[in-house]
Design a protein around this ligand. Structure first.
Ligand code: 2BA
Length: 110
């Protein structure tokens, strides 16, 4: 058995959960926050049989889209007034999905 941990964008989360559930996967959905953008995203965890892993990864790949987001960063102005930081926008491409696949040592329901 494998444990899939998939960090996806909120916009894709509901559709992905529905599709996974329809295909018979058990899924847990967590509200999470990305460290870089400090914006909400969704982390799904799902324990899947080894032979079902490719299908689950295929679903994630099909549903999760990459999108561009604008975020603000700052640059330090050197020369002139010291200690002045000027914000400027940068574009980052987020997603489709960041996926970790882990080997499951034990799966218990007690
Ligand atoms: P965030 O940390 O908010 O990152 C959002 C997007 O910002 C990233 O998209 C990437 O395009 C960009 N980014 C992240 N760190 C950066 C940096 N130091 N410099 C420049 N750009 C940077 P994704 O790579 O698709 O990641 C989406 C979300 O997946 C991340 O949200 C984070 O929550 C999670 N994630 C990505 N890689 C991870 C990892 N190695 N471990 C744990 N979580 C991860």
């Amino acid at each position: 058995m494998k444990l899939i941990i998939a960090i996806v964008q909120d916009e894709d989360a509901s559709r992905l959960v529905s599709n996974l559930m329809n295909e018979g996967y058990s899924v847990t959905k967590l509200a999470t926050t990305g460290g870089f953008l400090r914006a909400g995203n969704t982390t799904l965890i799902s324990g899947v049989a080894d032979e079902k892993l490719p299908e689950a990864l295929g679903l994630i790949e099909r549903i999760c889209k990459s999108r561009e987001q604008i975020t603000a960063t700052t640059t330090h102005m050197t020369g002139g007034a010291s200690g002045v930081y000027v914000p400027y926008p940068i574009k980052v491409t987020v997603g489709g999905a960041t996926v970790f696949v882990l080997e499951v040592e034990q799966f218990l329901k007690v």
